[in-house]
Ligand binder design. Sequence first.
Ligand code: NAP
Length: 301
Amino acid sequence: MPELPDRPLSLDAGAAALGGYGPNMRNVLVTGAGSGIGRATAEAFVAAGDAVVAAMRDPVRSGPVPGARTLTLDVSDDSSVSVALAGLAPFDVVVNNAGISRSGPVETIDLDDARAQFETNYWGAVRVIRAVLAPMRERGSGLIVNVSTVGGRTPARGYHAFYQGSKHALRAMSEALRWELAPFGVRVALIEPGFVATNIFDRGGYRDAPAASPYAADEAWVRQFFLAGAAAHAIAPQQVAAQILTIAAQDQPRLHHPVGADAEAGVAAARSLEFEAWYESALARVEALAGPRPQPDTTRE
Ligand SMILES: NC(=O)c1ccc[n+]([C@@H]2O[C@H](COP(=O)([O-])OP(=O)(O)OC[C@H]3O[C@@H](n4cnc5c(N)ncnc54)[C@H](OP(=O)(O)O)[C@@H]3O)[C@@H](O)[C@H]2O)c1
């Protein structure tokens, strides 16, 4: 496999360097392809024989996806997106996967952390879509896949206001986009996994709450639920990738795609319960994995 330069390059030139397009080769862009679900998805499209652009913000740190072209792309940066994607369209499939998770109380979470989740998870997808959409719309075909979470369908748990908020916003944008693009033949799908075995929690998703915080014990309790839930229920990122490839082969995929048994259960509970009933059932699920809810330490400020 020849080394491809990490700079704007037309897909035709990229395909030529890879030995040319196959008859059914799709042009695929995956963001956040350096790790986890994004890497597994890029690998799966490569294995299916597609021309894959694996976009990541630090290719030296993350390393290439064999068989894919590497593109340096920070979805939270306007100019990075416009420069990196200039001249690359049209894509057949665009997977907006790049995402970050930062938990914390609404009252005290670092606002830069709160905002960064919207910049990456929501505005990052918006930036990429706006950069790639016109040629897809003009051609009247293509698929936008936005990687959300089951938490984008369910009410928000404590300490996840901004992660889930960014994914709820991603859901709203995807629904509107589906409406707007239906007449043009461009498909839109949302992937809504439950726990997936990646390093997202180790990458800043959980920072120890300051010991002096009045929220510290409760936040640690919710964290324990997530760690135990991931250990008990996490599916492989390849399973999410397989779902994305299945959708990419469908003429008219549904919009919503929960992935994993816990995601299916989460969507069903959110659909059937009013918030107050959902809240009680969510607390019970946390208690089942993390023990009784701790009382707040009201001596702390
Ligand atoms: N793991 C789960 O349980 C789970 C469940 C539901 C949904 N999801 C969603 O799945 C997606 C992928 O997450 P993952 O679980 O595979 O975790 P991951 O391994 O941490 O992958 C996230 C990827 O996004 C990249 N990224 C972060 N900020 C970026 C930016 N500004 N520009 C470009 N790339 C950026 C990261 O690159 P760096 O290496 O440079 O940080 C990383 O490769 C996310 O959208 C996440 O919300 C995950």
